[in-house]
Design a protein around this ligand. Structure first.
Ligand SMILES: [Zn+2]
Ligand SMILES: [Zn+2]
Length: 314
């Protein structure tokens, strides 16, 4: 059987569940019927107006209140690359949540992190993968979910001061989606963010083209969540998935966060029996205990088309 790591188990701070001496065992501490986060408050680290996206599904689904803590998460990296990202997206999201938890002195924190770029399987399609995490330092768990979508406006072009920008502005859904302007080459500054009017745009293009080596300005979508509506919709969808995952309890210990952590590949070729790398089952897991369950996604008698087989159709 081919087994592929699809999504790592929800990691904790140190790769292990932290239970201090004397705390109840995992099988006892989650034993309540009401959801353990009902009526509690989590802090959301953002300065990009993500509360209306992340708060409502968590309140509606599990009764968790969400409050914003205005921390500058740009220190962990920006879309424009003026501050490079230091870690992979999940680790960055966890680090953002911890920034807010430290400022607010709270044990429950939330954050989101987006990755926008060419799709790994269809390189000319731009996609956005949004991760939303809940960090629970009382119980030493992290629960996260993601949403992947190509419904993202992410346009870019290089222009001179004489170019007609109207076709680009239409494609870039301007001014609903705001823009960033910077020099196309050479100088790294100025960077004008949050451009929402033609006057601002014209002035920024003139300034940036003047200092660029090639006399061009780079105009691109401002992907920050508060000025990028198409991205906001994907963060909202990821938040709904996170709320649903937190609502889902481990059948063994009752911990929140039960759900898919891995996928099993391997469907036998109808002619020769060679296993093709297609999903046959998903593995659900718990962020607190070691309990795992395999859930078939196809019935056992399903066989793969020999056309997909590397031996029958080399
Ligand atoms: Zn075959
Ligand atoms: Zn469990």
């Amino acid at each position: 059987m081919i087994r592929r790591k699809h999504q790592a188990a929800n990691p904790t701070t140190n790769g292990d569940v932290r239970l201090s001496v004397g705390s109840p065992s995992p099988s006892r501490k989650w034993e309540q019927l009401e959801h353990p986060y009902a009526g509690r408050t989590a802090v959301l680290a953002t300065k990009h107006e993500k509360l209306p996206l992340i708060g409502p599904p968590l309140l509606a689904t599990i009764g968790l209140q969400v409050q914003t803590v205005p921390v500058d998460t740009d220190s962990l990296g920006t879309f424009t690359g003026d501050i490079p990202r230091q870690w992979p997206p999940l680790e960055t999201a966890i680090a953002k949540a911890r920034l807010g938890m430290n400022v607010a002195r709270q044990a429950l924190g939330l954050a989101s992190e987006g990755s926008i770029g060419p799709d790994p399987t269809i390189p000319f399609v731009i996609t956005d993968r949004e991760i939303v995490v809940l960090v629970d330092d009382d119980n030493g768990i992290v629960v996260w979910e993601s949403q992947h979508s190509s419904d993202i406006v992410a346009a870019a072009t290089k222009v001179s001061t004489d170019d007609d920008l109207r076709p680009f502005l239409s494609k870039a859904c301007f001014p609903d989606h705001q823009l960033i302007v910077r020099p196309s080459s050479g100088a790294l500054h100025p960077i004008h963010k949050g451009i929402s009017s033609i006057d601002q745009l014209t002035a920024a293009v003139t300034e940036c083209a003047t200092v660029a080596n090639d006399s061009l300005a780079l105009v691109e979508t401002d992907l920050r969540a508060h000025v990028c509506p198409s991205r906001r919709a994907i963060i909202a969808a990821a938040s709904v998935r996170l709320a649903s995952r937190i609502a889902s309890r481990c059948p063994s210990c009752g911990s929140p966060g039960w759900g898919r952590i891995d996928v099993q590949l391997g469907v036998p070729c109808a002619w020769c029996g060679t296993e093709i790398a297609r999903p046959r089952a998903e593995i659900d897991g718990c962020p607190t205990c070691e309990h795992r369950e395999t859930r078939p996604v196809i019935s056992p008698e399903v066989q793969a088309d020999p056309g997909e087989c590397p031996y029958c159709n080399p």
